[in-house]
Design a protein around this ligand. Sequence first.
Ligand code: GLN
Length: 318
Amino acid sequence: MQNRSPSKRLEPQSMDYRSVLEEIHAAVLPVVGRGRVADYIPELSRVPPDRFGMAVVTVRGEVYTVGDALTTFSIQSISKLFSLVMALQAEGDAVWDRVGREPSGTPFNSLVQLEHESGKPRNPFINAGALVITDILCTRFAVPENALAEFMQKLSGNQAVHYDRRVARSERTHADRNAAMAHFMKSFGNLRNSVELVLDAYCRHCAIEMNCVDLARAVSFLANHGRIPSSGEMVLGASLSKRLNAVMLTCGTYDAAGDFAFRVGLPAKSGVGGGIVAVMPNECGICVWSPSLDESGNSHAGTLALELLTTLTGRSIF
Ligand code: GLN
Protein backbone atom coordinates (compact mmCIF):
# COMPACT_ATOMS: atom_id res chain seq x y z
CA MET A 1 0.00 0.00 0.00
CA GLN A 2 1.21 3.46 -0.85
CA ASN A 3 1.02 6.60 1.16
CA ARG A 4 -0.42 9.11 -1.29
CA SER A 5 1.51 12.33 -1.21
CA PRO A 6 -0.46 15.43 -0.12
CA SER A 7 0.24 17.05 -3.50
CA LYS A 8 -1.88 14.34 -5.12
CA ARG A 9 -4.74 14.79 -2.67
CA LEU A 10 -8.14 14.75 -4.34
CA GLU A 11 -10.70 17.48 -3.76
CA PRO A 12 -13.70 16.54 -1.53
CA GLN A 13 -16.15 16.18 -4.42
CA SER A 14 -13.91 13.80 -6.30
CA MET A 15 -12.70 11.55 -3.47
CA ASP A 16 -13.09 7.95 -4.61
CA TYR A 17 -13.98 6.33 -1.29
CA ARG A 18 -14.89 3.10 -3.06
CA SER A 19 -11.31 2.35 -4.02
CA VAL A 20 -10.01 3.69 -0.69
CA LEU A 21 -12.30 1.29 1.22
CA GLU A 22 -11.24 -1.62 -0.96
CA GLU A 23 -7.60 -0.82 -0.36
CA ILE A 24 -8.26 -0.63 3.38
CA HIS A 25 -10.15 -3.94 3.36
CA ALA A 26 -7.29 -5.72 1.60
CA ALA A 27 -4.75 -4.23 3.97
CA VAL A 28 -6.57 -5.10 7.21
CA LEU A 29 -7.64 -8.64 6.28
CA PRO A 30 -4.46 -10.24 7.72
CA VAL A 31 -5.18 -8.73 11.16
CA VAL A 32 -8.96 -9.19 11.25
CA GLY A 33 -9.63 -11.54 14.18
CA ARG A 34 -6.47 -10.53 16.02
CA GLY A 35 -7.19 -9.57 19.63
CA ARG A 36 -10.13 -10.77 21.75
CA VAL A 37 -13.85 -10.59 21.30
CA ALA A 38 -15.59 -9.16 24.43
CA ASP A 39 -16.63 -12.10 26.57
CA TYR A 40 -18.28 -10.59 29.66
CA ILE A 41 -21.64 -11.76 28.32
CA PRO A 42 -22.24 -14.91 26.22
CA GLU A 43 -24.11 -13.01 23.48
CA LEU A 44 -20.99 -10.99 22.64
CA SER A 45 -18.52 -13.86 23.06
CA ARG A 46 -20.39 -15.82 20.36
CA VAL A 47 -19.88 -13.14 17.64
CA PRO A 48 -17.47 -14.53 15.00
CA PRO A 49 -14.14 -12.67 15.34
CA ASP A 50 -13.38 -12.68 11.62
CA ARG A 51 -15.93 -10.07 10.56
CA PHE A 52 -15.07 -6.70 9.10
CA GLY A 53 -17.29 -3.98 7.65
CA MET A 54 -16.90 -0.28 6.98
CA ALA A 55 -19.15 2.51 5.70
CA VAL A 56 -18.64 6.13 4.73
CA VAL A 57 -21.69 8.41 4.37
CA THR A 58 -20.77 11.83 3.02
CA VAL A 59 -22.56 15.06 3.89
CA ARG A 60 -23.55 15.13 0.21
CA GLY A 61 -25.44 11.86 0.74
CA GLU A 62 -23.13 9.38 -1.00
CA VAL A 63 -22.81 5.98 0.69
CA TYR A 64 -19.72 3.79 0.32
CA THR A 65 -19.38 0.37 1.89
CA VAL A 66 -17.06 -2.60 2.09
CA GLY A 67 -17.27 -6.05 3.73
CA ASP A 68 -19.94 -6.69 6.37
CA ALA A 69 -21.21 -3.10 6.39
CA LEU A 70 -24.86 -4.19 6.49
CA THR A 71 -24.50 -6.73 9.30
CA THR A 72 -25.99 -5.52 12.59
CA PHE A 73 -23.92 -5.59 15.75
CA SER A 74 -24.27 -4.51 19.36
CA ILE A 75 -23.38 -0.82 19.49
CA GLN A 76 -22.45 -0.94 23.20
CA SER A 77 -20.57 2.21 24.23
CA ILE A 78 -21.27 3.94 20.94
CA SER A 79 -24.68 4.52 22.54
CA LYS A 80 -22.90 6.82 25.03
CA LEU A 81 -22.35 9.33 22.24
CA PHE A 82 -26.02 9.50 21.29
CA SER A 83 -27.36 9.50 24.84
CA LEU A 84 -25.04 12.44 25.49
CA VAL A 85 -26.46 14.23 22.43
CA MET A 86 -29.96 13.78 23.85
CA ALA A 87 -28.86 15.04 27.28
CA LEU A 88 -27.21 18.09 25.66
CA GLN A 89 -30.39 18.77 23.71
CA ALA A 90 -32.36 18.65 26.94
CA GLU A 91 -30.04 20.45 29.35
CA GLY A 92 -27.29 22.16 27.32
CA ASP A 93 -24.17 23.08 29.25
CA ALA A 94 -25.80 22.18 32.60
CA VAL A 95 -24.76 18.58 31.78
CA TRP A 96 -21.18 19.55 32.62
CA ASP A 97 -22.13 20.33 36.23
CA ARG A 98 -22.56 16.60 36.78
CA VAL A 99 -19.95 15.06 34.48
CA GLY A 100 -16.50 16.29 33.44
CA ARG A 101 -14.82 16.42 30.06
CA GLU A 102 -11.29 15.29 30.76
CA PRO A 103 -9.73 12.02 29.60
CA SER A 104 -9.77 9.56 32.48
CA GLY A 105 -6.50 7.74 31.92
CA THR A 106 -8.20 4.67 33.38
CA PRO A 107 -10.20 1.82 31.82
CA PHE A 108 -13.81 2.55 30.83
CA ASN A 109 -15.24 0.59 33.75
CA SER A 110 -12.87 1.84 36.45
CA LEU A 111 -14.15 3.04 39.82
CA VAL A 112 -10.95 4.52 41.19
CA GLN A 113 -11.38 8.22 40.40
CA LEU A 114 -14.94 8.45 41.62
CA GLU A 115 -14.08 8.64 45.30
CA HIS A 116 -11.40 11.34 44.94
CA GLU A 117 -13.65 13.33 42.66
CA SER A 118 -16.77 13.13 44.85
CA GLY A 119 -18.87 11.03 42.51
CA LYS A 120 -18.43 13.29 39.45
CA PRO A 121 -17.20 11.12 36.57
CA ARG A 122 -14.31 12.38 34.44
CA ASN A 123 -16.24 12.30 31.16
CA PRO A 124 -19.51 11.06 29.61
CA PHE A 125 -17.84 8.28 27.61
CA ILE A 126 -16.67 6.12 30.50
CA ASN A 127 -19.31 3.94 32.13
CA ALA A 128 -19.70 6.13 35.23
CA GLY A 129 -20.25 9.22 33.07
CA ALA A 130 -22.73 7.44 30.83
CA LEU A 131 -24.69 6.33 33.90
CA VAL A 132 -25.09 9.98 34.93
CA ILE A 133 -26.16 10.88 31.39
CA THR A 134 -28.65 7.99 31.46
CA ASP A 135 -29.97 9.33 34.77
CA ILE A 136 -30.66 12.66 33.03
CA LEU A 137 -32.59 10.81 30.31
CA CYS A 138 -34.50 8.81 32.95
CA THR A 139 -35.69 12.12 34.43
CA ARG A 140 -36.63 13.57 31.04
CA PHE A 141 -38.25 10.57 29.31
CA ALA A 142 -40.88 8.10 30.51
CA VAL A 143 -39.16 5.24 28.63
CA PRO A 144 -35.57 6.39 28.01
CA GLU A 145 -34.56 3.27 26.05
CA ASN A 146 -37.38 3.86 23.57
CA ALA A 147 -36.45 7.53 23.36
CA LEU A 148 -32.88 6.64 22.41
CA ALA A 149 -33.94 3.92 19.94
CA GLU A 150 -36.33 6.38 18.26
CA PHE A 151 -33.59 9.01 18.12
CA MET A 152 -31.29 6.46 16.44
CA GLN A 153 -34.06 5.59 13.97
CA LYS A 154 -34.36 9.24 13.02
CA LEU A 155 -30.62 9.88 12.69
CA SER A 156 -30.00 6.68 10.72
CA GLY A 157 -33.17 6.85 8.64
CA ASN A 158 -33.77 3.20 9.57
CA GLN A 159 -37.05 2.56 11.38
CA ALA A 160 -35.97 -0.99 12.23
CA VAL A 161 -33.32 0.10 14.76
CA HIS A 162 -34.10 -1.43 18.17
CA TYR A 163 -32.39 -2.89 21.21
CA ASP A 164 -31.88 -6.63 21.52
CA ARG A 165 -33.81 -7.77 24.59
CA ARG A 166 -31.67 -10.83 25.17
CA VAL A 167 -28.44 -8.82 25.11
CA ALA A 168 -30.02 -6.21 27.41
CA ARG A 169 -31.09 -8.90 29.91
CA SER A 170 -27.66 -10.46 29.82
CA GLU A 171 -25.97 -7.08 30.31
CA ARG A 172 -28.25 -6.45 33.27
CA THR A 173 -27.42 -9.81 34.84
CA HIS A 174 -23.70 -9.03 34.55
CA ALA A 175 -23.91 -5.38 35.62
CA ASP A 176 -22.35 -5.68 39.09
CA ARG A 177 -19.54 -3.25 38.41
CA ASN A 178 -21.82 -0.69 36.79
CA ALA A 179 -24.20 -1.14 39.74
CA ALA A 180 -21.36 -0.44 42.15
CA MET A 181 -20.57 2.81 40.31
CA ALA A 182 -24.19 3.83 40.22
CA HIS A 183 -24.66 3.25 43.97
CA PHE A 184 -21.46 5.10 44.71
CA MET A 185 -22.51 8.11 42.63
CA LYS A 186 -25.96 8.05 44.22
CA SER A 187 -24.29 8.27 47.64
CA PHE A 188 -22.71 11.54 46.45
CA GLY A 189 -26.09 12.81 45.19
CA ASN A 190 -25.11 12.57 41.51
CA LEU A 191 -27.92 10.17 40.55
CA ARG A 192 -31.52 11.35 40.88
CA ASN A 193 -33.39 8.18 39.86
CA SER A 194 -33.18 4.72 41.37
CA VAL A 195 -30.06 2.71 40.56
CA GLU A 196 -32.29 -0.03 39.13
CA LEU A 197 -34.05 2.31 36.71
CA VAL A 198 -30.78 3.81 35.50
CA LEU A 199 -29.11 0.41 35.05
CA ASP A 200 -32.10 -0.99 33.15
CA ALA A 201 -32.02 1.93 30.71
CA TYR A 202 -28.21 1.91 30.39
CA CYS A 203 -28.10 -1.81 29.59
CA ARG A 204 -30.81 -1.40 26.96
CA HIS A 205 -28.93 1.50 25.39
CA CYS A 206 -25.81 -0.66 25.12
CA ALA A 207 -27.88 -3.46 23.53
CA ILE A 208 -29.07 -1.38 20.55
CA GLU A 209 -28.23 -3.14 17.29
CA MET A 210 -27.19 -1.27 14.17
CA ASN A 211 -25.03 -1.75 11.10
CA CYS A 212 -22.14 0.34 9.77
CA VAL A 213 -24.28 2.24 7.24
CA ASP A 214 -26.87 3.16 9.91
CA LEU A 215 -24.18 4.39 12.27
CA ALA A 216 -22.14 6.28 9.66
CA ARG A 217 -25.31 8.10 8.64
CA ALA A 218 -26.35 8.65 12.28
CA VAL A 219 -23.08 10.38 13.11
CA SER A 220 -22.93 12.47 9.94
CA PHE A 221 -24.66 15.47 11.58
CA LEU A 222 -21.47 15.91 13.59
CA ALA A 223 -19.59 16.38 10.31
CA ASN A 224 -22.20 18.94 9.24
CA HIS A 225 -22.16 21.56 12.04
CA GLY A 226 -24.90 19.74 13.97
CA ARG A 227 -27.43 19.41 11.13
CA ILE A 228 -28.73 16.19 9.56
CA PRO A 229 -27.28 16.42 6.03
CA SER A 230 -30.33 15.03 4.20
CA SER A 231 -32.97 17.24 5.86
CA GLY A 232 -31.01 20.17 7.26
CA GLU A 233 -32.70 19.58 10.62
CA MET A 234 -30.61 20.85 13.52
CA VAL A 235 -29.71 18.17 16.07
CA LEU A 236 -27.27 20.33 18.03
CA GLY A 237 -26.16 23.92 17.56
CA ALA A 238 -22.88 24.40 15.71
CA SER A 239 -21.00 25.29 18.89
CA LEU A 240 -22.25 22.27 20.89
CA SER A 241 -21.53 20.05 17.91
CA LYS A 242 -17.96 21.34 17.68
CA ARG A 243 -17.46 20.80 21.40
CA LEU A 244 -18.85 17.30 21.23
CA ASN A 245 -16.33 16.47 18.51
CA ALA A 246 -13.62 17.73 20.88
CA VAL A 247 -14.81 15.42 23.67
CA MET A 248 -14.88 12.51 21.22
CA LEU A 249 -11.29 13.22 20.21
CA THR A 250 -10.02 13.43 23.79
CA CYS A 251 -12.20 10.78 25.47
CA GLY A 252 -14.01 8.70 22.81
CA THR A 253 -11.70 5.71 22.62
CA TYR A 254 -11.22 5.07 26.33
CA ASP A 255 -7.76 5.02 27.72
CA ALA A 256 -6.28 4.89 24.20
CA ALA A 257 -7.62 8.27 23.07
CA GLY A 258 -4.14 9.82 22.88
CA ASP A 259 -2.77 7.04 20.72
CA PHE A 260 -5.94 7.06 18.62
CA ALA A 261 -5.59 10.80 17.96
CA PHE A 262 -1.96 10.22 17.07
CA ARG A 263 -2.70 7.38 14.65
CA VAL A 264 -6.13 8.34 13.27
CA GLY A 265 -6.66 12.05 13.93
CA LEU A 266 -10.46 12.01 13.90
CA PRO A 267 -13.10 12.44 16.64
CA ALA A 268 -14.45 8.95 17.33
CA LYS A 269 -16.42 6.77 19.73
CA SER A 270 -15.87 3.05 20.14
CA GLY A 271 -17.81 0.20 21.75
CA VAL A 272 -16.84 -3.26 22.99
CA GLY A 273 -19.09 -4.79 20.32
CA GLY A 274 -16.21 -3.87 17.97
CA GLY A 275 -17.78 -0.83 16.34
CA ILE A 276 -16.15 2.60 16.03
CA VAL A 277 -17.87 5.71 14.65
CA ALA A 278 -15.74 8.61 13.46
CA VAL A 279 -16.30 12.08 12.05
CA MET A 280 -14.45 13.82 9.24
CA PRO A 281 -15.65 17.44 9.59
CA ASN A 282 -17.41 18.90 6.55
CA GLU A 283 -16.98 15.60 4.76
CA CYS A 284 -18.47 12.39 6.17
CA GLY A 285 -19.59 10.14 8.97
CA ILE A 286 -17.72 6.84 9.17
CA CYS A 287 -18.35 3.52 10.91
CA VAL A 288 -16.12 0.48 11.04
CA TRP A 289 -16.88 -2.82 12.74
CA SER A 290 -14.67 -5.76 13.56
CA PRO A 291 -15.36 -7.58 16.85
CA SER A 292 -11.84 -8.48 18.04
CA LEU A 293 -10.58 -5.87 20.49
CA ASP A 294 -7.19 -4.60 21.62
CA GLU A 295 -6.26 -4.29 25.32
CA SER A 296 -8.03 -0.94 25.62
CA GLY A 297 -11.33 -2.37 24.35
CA ASN A 298 -11.19 -0.78 20.89
CA SER A 299 -11.59 -2.82 17.71
CA HIS A 300 -8.12 -3.84 16.61
CA ALA A 301 -8.78 -4.02 12.86
CA GLY A 302 -11.22 -1.11 13.11
CA THR A 303 -8.59 1.24 14.53
CA LEU A 304 -6.14 0.18 11.84
CA ALA A 305 -8.77 0.74 9.15
CA LEU A 306 -9.44 4.28 10.36
CA GLU A 307 -5.71 4.96 10.51
CA LEU A 308 -5.44 3.83 6.89
CA LEU A 309 -8.41 5.98 5.89
CA THR A 310 -6.74 9.17 7.08
CA THR A 311 -3.38 8.06 5.67
CA LEU A 312 -4.70 7.14 2.23
CA THR A 313 -6.93 10.18 1.84
CA GLY A 314 -4.49 12.61 3.43
CA ARG A 315 -7.37 13.96 5.50
CA SER A 316 -7.87 14.29 9.22
CA ILE A 317 -8.74 17.18 11.49
CA PHE A 318 -5.07 18.17 11.66
N1 GLN B 1 -22.08 -2.74 28.19
C1 GLN B 1 -20.70 -2.44 28.41
C2 GLN B 1 -20.47 -2.07 29.85
O1 GLN B 1 -21.22 -1.35 30.40
C3 GLN B 1 -20.28 -1.35 27.47
C4 GLN B 1 -18.82 -1.07 27.60
C5 GLN B 1 -18.18 -0.55 26.36
O2 GLN B 1 -18.64 -0.70 25.22
N2 GLN B 1 -17.02 -0.02 26.59
O3 GLN B 1 -19.52 -2.50 30.45
